[in-house]
Design a protein around this ligand. Structure first.
Ligand code: ADP
Length: 429
């Protein structure tokens, strides 16, 4: 029997936002798994041949929606992946564990465990290549505890606790245990044994990791788990499990197609790094700041913004709502948190639709929620994953006849020259 037929697709992934999905997909592609990203579930009449892929990543926009919606979207995705024949499942969330007291990470894990009939799962958000580490079950961002890092000021999911055990037990219905670094450093066999022990009593097993080598050990140690959860780093060498099962890897180093269409940059992320990237790009490119209060009262109109966008389109303009915590607080007081976010996202969506209609084919979007909104507005159903601009941010190309290329960057990823770098890689300019 041909193993490929049985194993493809093998891995079914559910990501709680769009940039997180492309982040995970880039790791899977780099390790040799043929991977497709679907943005939401395919419509009933939509025909996409998924048997050509080893891994399917379903991108949801479930990070900040109501818990019930996040759970039902995730369960529907799991059902779809089961129908496709997937054998192993990966729930991907942010390496900074973006969530609130209520969820959505804990409740989604609980319901996925029920659906897949498993008693325990691993929790591994660490992504050392981007400065996210876990030590004694506490999450750090570039050496700062999560609750002291810029994530404490996130507009939608401010993180006030760094302790993963506490976060999980508050959000979910189960209990958590932590596998400490001294075990992780001993390697695969020790981790497998510790996981076996921990799963006797705990539902969520948190793993420490400080460097990529730790993630390699961990990804080699989770064979017994039908459901695994974490950041993209957990995919570091999951491909080995696939090979051990008889799968063969894709050696093709696909290059993204470059095209000469203008590049349009939207930034809805208010992360510390995105703010630096915006300031840097503004130095020598046209840039327009959106002001949610002025948009709400009509002083800044979509007609004026789009006029500016098309006037500057040849210079790869940047339109941004990114602002510091103080400014965002003022906006929240005036408009309300969710209303402000919706207003900003809706504005980017309108602009994206107009630009696509006028043949813009390259989009760079900063912000997970923002990317999700733009991708939905452009009705982009799926992506092929291309070369990475920086770790976790690949160029993705849509499956349409006239493809669109996108770089979807989650908040803190990339260095200060990210926008120029992404623009160069997309257009070869
Ligand atoms: P990140 O990847 O950094 O978390 P997101 O796009 O996921 O970025 O989240 C940022 C949220 O903040 C979005 O919903 C966006 O609409 C909202 N936002 C952006 N700019 C502002 C602003 N000036 N005031 C209020 N909210 C804003």
């Amino acid at each position: 029997m041909n193993n490929k037929v049985v194993l493809s697709p093998w891995l079914g992934c559910i990501a709680d936002d769009y940039t997180g999905a492309t982040d995970l997909a880039s790791f899977l592609v780099a390790s040799g798994l043929r991977t497709i990203q679907l943005n939401g579930l395919p419509e009933e009449n939509e025909q996409i041949d998924l048997s050509a892929y080893d891994a399917i990543v379903i991108a949801l926009k479930s990070r900040t929606c109501a818990v019930t919606k996040a759970v039902s979207d995730s369960i529907q995705s799991a059902e779809f992946l089961l129908q496709q024949g997937c054998q192993k499942f990966f729930f991907k969330y942010c390496s900074t564990f973006d969530s609130t007291q209520e969820g959505n990470i804990g409740p989604v894990i609980d319901e996925l465990m029920n659906k897949l009939d498993v008693k325990s799962t691993v929790v591994c958000p660490a992504l050392p290549v981007n400065g996210r580490t876990v030590y004694k079950g506490d999450l750090y961002v570039n050496g700062q505890p999560l609750h002291e890092s810029p994530m404490k000021d996130h507009p939608l999911t401010p993180m006030g606790d760094s302790n993963l055990k506490r976060l999980l037990e508050t959000q979910g219905s189960g209990s958590a245990s932590v596998i400490n670094l001294n075990v992780i450093e001993k390697g695969e066999q020790a981790i497998v044994e510790a996981l076996e022990n921990a799963s006797q009593s705990a539902q969520y097993i948190v793993l420490d990791a400080l460097i990529t080598e730790h993630l390699t050990h961990i990804s080699h140690s989770v064979k017994a788990f039908k459901l695994i959860t974490g950041g993209s780093g957990l995919a570091t060498d999951l491909a080995r499990e696939f090979v051990d099962l008889g799968g063969s890897l894709d050696k093709n180093d696909k290059q993204s197609e470059q095209n000469v269409s203008p590049v349009l940059i939207f930034s809805g992320s208010c992360s510390a790094m995105t703010q630096i990237q915006v300031s840097e790009y503004k130095k020598d490119h046209p840039a327009l700041q959106l002001n949610p209060i002025k948009i709400a009262n009509g002083e800044q109109s979509i007609e004026d913004i789009s006029q500016w966008m098309f006037d500057n389109i040849a210079q790869s303009p940047l339109i941004y709502a990114s602002a510091d915590a103080e400014t965002v607080n003022l906006v929240h007081k005036e408009l309300g948190k969710n209303e402000a976010a919706q207003l900003v996202e809706h504005t980017f969506c309108q602009l994206a639709e107009m630009a696509k209609e006028r043949q813009v084919r390259n989009f760079i979007v900063a912000g997970g929620e923002t990317s999700g909104a733009v991708v939905k507005a452009l009705n982009i159903r799926g992506f092929e994953i291309g070369q990475s601009i920086v770790p976790s941010v690949p160029i993705v190309t849509t499956l349409e006849e006239r493809p669109v290329s996108l770089a979807l960057k989650s908040g803190n990823f990339g260095q200060q020259d990210f926008f120029s770098k992404a623009k160069r890689k997309m257009t070869c300019s």
